[in-house]
Design a protein around this ligand. Structure first.
Ligand SMILES: Cc1cc2nc3c(=O)[nH]c(=O)nc-3n(C[C@H](O)[C@H](O)[C@H](O)COP(=O)(O)OP(=O)(O)OC[C@H]3O[C@@H](n4cnc5c(N)ncnc54)[C@H](O)[C@@H]3O)c2cc1C
Length: 406
């Protein structure tokens, strides 16, 4: 264990998802006293697959997780977008070794449970997660913050980091706003890899775009299984998961007329979960003097840029760098600087995610053809430099806000 720096602020982190685990690991490595509270009685990852782009993977490599990621993840050779009916390729961006060469890290597709195990591994030498601690609210005082839990417990910290996801209660201490339903819901499931034979020779992320729906699937679990998400336009704003057989049968109806590859993938899973997709408008503030938000708690975004977790990783690095040695008198200044650095970049990715929410589900016609032409114009890996090339550590040190797209 690294000795605790006595004069540093005492920090409490709420939520042990990607953002909370990484920010805690980084702070504890600096010798900062940092409690991590998680409401779940056990660390269970929600959902199955997640894509990690080089901007996030570089951070995980610096945490010492390169070997664990290589063992559990699958490197994407390409990201390909296809038409819903005949499967013709709209656009294809080669990743593979070029991704390492250009951006210093691969693009991984990984099971969320595997990612979580990797992150817990990075945290473990530096202490534990306090499980079953459901934070109810935080109350900021002039010289400390109170954390109230649903079991009646109350504790205090000099700084609270809200890493408690899209329905964050810590966020209530920073902004007063409500989640916004996107008009989309997602069904997610996992199938055996054998159902998608080409993935064995060339693992990739496949997007299929069509009227009122889009589908994404890719291999995970070292290539043993394939994760899919099938997004549909709907006015049913239910949030939360269900795993009934009826949901799987609904997919057969919703995707009638789609290419047989898509139909096979979305109708093969034994169980599926369904979630309404929500985001928030970009908040004016990402923190106050003693309360600061990271990950989905700060900037819940629609998943269409596949960046929520990657941005959570960037947040963690930048926040810890801004906090420096975590001197109590410097906390408010550090939070302001973090906000200045993170808001432009995350707001831009949030904006693009909403645009994709509109354009991914167009019916065939003029707008759909314009969208496809735009996708064809942006197939080169170099055009993703603004996203994959962003170095959170460098940004925190130099104050570079974000790279601009060429
Ligand atoms: C369909 C879909 C696909 C996605 N695909 C990708 C992708 O490919 N790539 C990518 O980068 N991102 C993706 N995302 C987004 C990504 O999942 C999130 O952005 C990411 O998980 C956010 O991490 P987080 O740590 O901020 O929040 P979360 O992962 O939500 O973690 C929050 C944690 O806080 C805990 N918690 C919540 N409330 C409390 C409380 N009151 N007290 C104590 N603990 C609490 C929760 O139990 C949880 O453990 C996708 C999202 C969806 C919906």
């Amino acid at each position: 264990m690294i000795p605790i720096v006595a004069e540093a602020a005492r920090v409490a982190v709420v939520g042990a998802g990607v953002a909370g685990l990484v920010v805690t690991a980084l702070l504890r490595r600096r010798g900062v006293h940092c409690d991590l509270f998680e409401r779940s009685p056990a660390l269970d990852a929600v959902g199955a697959g997640i894509q990690l782009s080089p901007n996030g993977v570089r951070i995980l490599h610096r945490l010492g997780l390169a070997a664990a990621l290589a063992e559990n993840g699958v490197k994407a050779q390409a990201i390909e977008t296809r038409r819903w009916d005949d499967g013709s390729v709209i656009a294809r961006t080669h990743h593979g070794p070029a991704c390492d060469e250009l951006f210093g890290a691969p693009y991984y597709m990984i099971h969320r449970a595997d990612l979580q195990r990797c992150l817990v591994g990075a945290l473990r030498p530096h202490g534990v997660v306090q499980l079953g601690q459901h934070c109810d609210r935080v109350v900021e005082q002039s010289d400390h913050v109170e954390l109230h839990f649903t079991n009646g417990a109350v504790t205090t910290a000099d700084l609270v980091i809200g890493a408690d996801g899209v329905n964050s209660v810590v966020r209530d201490a920073v902004v007063q706003d409500e989640p916004r339903f996107s008009g989309n819901a997602v069904h997610r499931g996992v199938i055996a890899a054998g159902h998608v034979a080409p993935f064995i020779s060339e693992p990739q992320v496949l997007f299929w775009l069509g009227p009122d729906h889009h589908v994404t699937y890719y291999p995970i679990a070292a290539g043993r299984t394939v994760h899919f998400s099938a997004v549909s336009v709907t006015d049913d704003a239910r949030f939360g998961s269900s795993t009934t057989g009826a949901e799987a049968a609904d997919l057969a109806v919703a995707f009638a007329g789609w290419h047989e590859d898509v139909r096979r993938v979305v109708t093969t899973a034994e169980s599926v979960t369904r979630w309404g997709l929500f985001d928030h408008d970009v908040a004016e503030r990402y923190g106050t003097d003693r309360v600061v938000l990271v990950g989905d708690a700060a900037h819940p975004m629609l998943p269409y840029m596949s960046q929520g977790a990657n941005q959570a990783l960037e947040d963690a690095v930048v926040l810890v760098d801004c906090l420096g040695d975590c001197a109590p008198r410097d906390l408010a200044r550090a939070v302001r600087r973090y906000e200045e650095l993170r808001k432009p970049r995350t707001a831009e990715i949030h904006r693009r995610s909403r645009v994709r929410g509109e354009t991914f589900h167009l019916a065939d016609g003029v707008q759909q053809r314009e969208r496809d032409a735009a996708l064809r114009r942006t197939q080169s890996l170099g055009q993703l430099d603004w996203l994959y090339g962003y170095d959170a550590t460098l940004a925190a040190k130099t104050g570079v806000l974000h790279k601009v797209e060429p």
